[in-house]
Design a protein around this ligand. Structure first.
Ligand SMILES: [Zn+2]
Length: 207
């Protein structure tokens, strides 16, 4: 079990290489869209829909597993009544993703803009699956969509101040849920510089 002083990891499990591969294929799909090559885009989106991504995500976001989460159950001291706060506007949200280089600040994988994902789902419903339950969602689009993560969870008193928010992938976000960084032994991602390079989270589709 986790010792309170033990903060030695960045995320639950090392990201598998297929996550990066899927991001690259989705990026090529975005290029194909911009160049009017719709069949190529479709083929690449279908290729990125790898079941192994769903299996990996499920290990982290599914049932609590002490070997992965270092905890045996979710915390019970969550705030019954949360402070009502204004959610960050979409421009603040976009600014945080930009600041963080469209990467998960925990596991560093490339993430994609929720708006770009929505666009791909609308354009290519036959391959960019987006059903109601997880198994009916495109594995890569689901795992890689950017989310705003509260460093101190909202349910534990965390605020919507920008300093408490970072970009995260779905696994790091939903895997941690109500736990604090200390409770899962994570180092504070704000102590590391974000990786900012040419990766744009597919936002070029939105211009
Ligand atoms: Zn992550």
């Amino acid at each position: 079990m986790l010792k309170p002083s033990d903060r030695s990891r960045q995320c639950f499990l090392p990201p598998i290489p297929e996550l990066d591969l899927a991001a690259d294929w989705l990026s090529l799909a975005a290029d194909a869209v911009l160049e009017g090559r719709e069949e190529d885009a479709k083929r690449l989106i279908a290729k990125a829909d790898m079941p192994i991504l769903g299996e990996f995500a499920q290990r982290i976001t599914g049932k609590v597993d002490p070997a992965i989460h270092w905890q045996s159950r979710m915390p019970t001291d969550v705030l019954a009544e949360r402070i009502k706060q204004r959610m960050p506007s979409s421009s603040v949200e976009y600014g945080i993703y930009q600041r963080d280089g469209w990467r998960c600040r925990f596991c560093n994988i490339k993430v994609i803009s929720p708006k770009a994902r929505k666009l791909l789902v609308e354009m290519f419903p036959s391959v960019a699956r987006w059903g109601r339950v997880n198994r009916d969602k495109h594995y890569a689009l689901s795992a890689l969509t950017a989310t705003l993560d509260h460093i101190l969870p909202h349910s534990r008193g965390g605020t919507n101040e920008e300093g408490n928010l970072v970009a995260a992938c779905g696994m790091c976000q939903f895997g941690r849920g109500h736990w604090t960084l200390e409770e899962v032994g994570f180092t504070d991602p704000r102590e590391r510089q974000p990786i900012v390079d040419s990766w744009d989270g597919l936002t070029r589709l939105l211009r």
